[in-house]
Design a protein around this ligand. Structure first.
Ligand code: C5P
Length: 227
């Protein structure tokens, strides 16, 4: 039988990539498909949650049954939408690929091609939405982040993940190893689910729906514990 373990729970999930506008027709973007965020929304809805999915640019994905979809473009739009939805949510999951930077200037009209060399694109930092949501956290709200990491000679993917969990202050962090055809635009994901209390749950290689199940199991287990 289907476990309706998220009955009566409102979850806010971000998915997909942001597009940072340069002019009315151009943007800086990324390759996020949104599949992981959509899988999280689908599984949460199947488990009985009320789901609000805030989606940036994604592949052509069907909206999961019973999910409220809010479309956004840029990181600043995603930030506004997430703050609004999170104010009423019991669980917040940031699965979106938020651009770290955006162009400083948004041209009012299409940037023209001229015989002169083009102007360089000057960038400014976007806010860290996950860290902001942690600062604005409601009592008892569970906040989940994602991290796509590559390891190097001195520091492993897992160590980078542990440091990011502490830095961001979220309750749970999904760490995905990236590179070598892993994670982005892929059907499958693997990695670890880290908790603020130090739990490290390995997530076996599997579908994004399977990863979503691991995340919702952990969220449900947390909510069951006395805080
Ligand atoms: O720092 P990094 O980009 O690796 O962190 C990834 C996590 O932070 C993801 O959950 C992502 O959705 C979130 N994030 C954010 N705002 C940003 C950048 C990332 O909320 N500007």
């Amino acid at each position: 039988a289907l476990q309706r373990t998220l009955e009566g729970v409102h979850v806010a999930i971000s998915a997909g990539g942001t597009r940072e506008p340069l002019d009315p027709v151009r943007f800086l973007g990324n390759r996020s498909s949104g599949k992981q965020g959509y899988a999280l929304a689908r599984v949460a809805a199947q488990r009985g949650a009320r789901v609000t999915l805030v989606a940036g640019n994604t592949a052509d994905l069907p909206t999961p049954a019973g999910v409220d979809l809010v479309r956004v473009g840029s990181a600043l739009e995603l930030r506004d939408a997430m703050h609004k939805v999170a104010a009423d949510a019991d669980v917040v999951v940031m699965a979106a690929a938020v651009a770290d930077f955006r162009p400083v200037a948004l041209a009012g009209h299409k940037i023209k091609k001229t015989s002169a060399d083009p102007d360089p694109i000057t960038l400014t930092k976007n806010p860290d939405i996950l860290a902001e949501l942690v600062s604005a956290r409601r009592e008892g709200q569970v906040i989940v982040g994602f991290a796509a990491e590559t390891g190097d000679e001195t520091t492993s993917v897992l160590d980078y993940g542990r440091a990011k969990l502490r830095r961001k202050g979220c309750d749970l962090l999904v760490v995905n190893a990236v590179g070598d055809g892993k994670a982005f635009e892929q059907e499958d994901n693997a990695g670890w689910l880290l908790s603020a209390e130090g739990a490290e749950i390995p997530i076996p290689h599997g579908s994004k729906v399977q990863l979503a199940s691991v995340v919702w199991d952990a969220v449900t287990a947390r909510s069951a514990e006395p805080q």
